[in-house]
Ligand binder design. Structure first.
Ligand code: SF4
Length: 341
């Protein structure tokens, strides 16, 4: 397989360290002949990375730094490429770019990279476990395996073998694959790594909030004065806020259904969502002699919305499109066309 030879080794080391960043004073390694792995308590120096890229000694990365991580890897320990591809597809629907790597022996790692400085691991792990739940798949390991390192402990969590171990690269192992080319090794590994799109903490927050996911830190309730009711700490997307504040003039039932979906996501109980939407109907201005929705119609739409966990945002619904705002993180991640309902 080919990879860029134009880059100098120091430049490769620099690019690699920026992407595969974790604890700097300890790392993991293994014996390529026997597979036996161990921990090395020594700085992650440029020489360590260089030896990894040259295929002399593998480098394993401890992702967790206190409670932050700059990357997460989902370990599909099986030759079947369908589950990792399905994971990538589902992640993409949530606006998350992911990258698939052929692991050293069997299976695949799917990587998601985060903003410089990292994101709370609890948020990254919560979103990833939600995606795996949606796939109805279990027994998949996610690195980092913990939400945070224990305080006052010598535990560093678990290391994950880093990509591009030089000895295995010519065999098409530990390399990133190109889903657009039938999972062939990506033709330019360094170009791919340099161009990786990072996920922000804000984007994770939006997914957590819009899907009503619970982490230990977001279970409080705060008042929403404009509705006279309560909602979870999560925020509604711009389209829902605009519809709630301004009311709608058409497609009241569809709008009511999606507003109920969003209110459920941010944690509003059913009866409060119905109360909020009954109040909302008085802001609607139906045309052509139509009347505002009755309480029974609001109840019916809300019941349908609360009946199951809808994962989409309604972005492609004609009733919602006029209220869309390009500042929405869902919109800016370019996934509106792919969101399922
Ligand atoms: S992209 Fe537009 S329609 Fe979709 S959730 Fe955001 S504001 Fe609403």
């Amino acid at each position: 397989m080919s990879s860029s030879t134009a880059l100098s080794m120091p430049r490769k080391v620099e690019i690699f360290r920026r992407r595969f960043s974790g604890l700097g004073h300890v790392y993991g390694t293994y014996n390529p002949s026997t597979g036996r792995s161990w921990q090395v308590k020594a700085p992650v120096s440029e020489r360590v990375i260089e030896n990894h890229l040259l295929g002399k000694q593998p480098f394993g990365l401890y992702l967790l730094v206190n409670d932050k991580t700059q990357a997460a890897a989902v370990d599909f320990d099986n030759e079947d490429a369908n589950p990792p591809c399905q994971f990538m597809h589902t992640a993409h629907r949530y606006g998350l770019r992911s990258y698939i790597e052929r692991s050293k022996s069997k299976g695949y790692h799917v990587w998601i990279f985060f903003q410089t400085g990292g994101v709370p691991a609890v948020k990254a792990r919560r979103v990833i476990s939600h995606i795996l739940d949606e796939m109805d798949i279990s027994g998949i390991e996610v690195f980092p395996k913990q939400d945070a390192l224990p305080v006052n402990s010598n535990s560093y969590g678990n290391f994950i073998n880093a990509p591009l171990f030089g000895r295995l690269v010519p065999e098409g192992r530990t390399v990133f694959l190109d889903p657009a080319r039938g999972l062939e090794p990506h033709p330019n590994q360094w170009e791919l790594i340099e161009g990786i799109k990072s996920v922000t903490e804000f984007a994770l927050d939006e997914i957590i909030e819009l899907n009503g996911l619970r982490t230990s830190s977001n279970t409080q309730w705060t008042p929403v004065e404009s509705l006279g009711v309560y909602r979870g700490k999560g925020t509604l997307p711009p389209c829902a806020k605009k519809m709630l504040v301004e009311g709608v003039i058409a497609n009241q039932r569809v709008a009511c259904f999606w507003l109920a979906v969003h209110l459920r996501r941010v944690g509003l109980p059913f009866d409060l969502a119905v109360a909020a939407l009954c109040e909302w109907t008085h802001r609607n201005r139906p045309t052509h002699g139509k009347t505002i929705l009755s309480e029974n119609e609001v109840l019916a739409q809300s019941a349908a919305a609360f009946l199951k966990e809808y994962n989409g945002y309604g972005c492609d619904q004609p009733a919602i499109v006029p209220y869309c705002n390009p500042s929405c993180p869902i919109y800016t991640q370019g996934c509106t066309a792919n969101l399922g309902h």
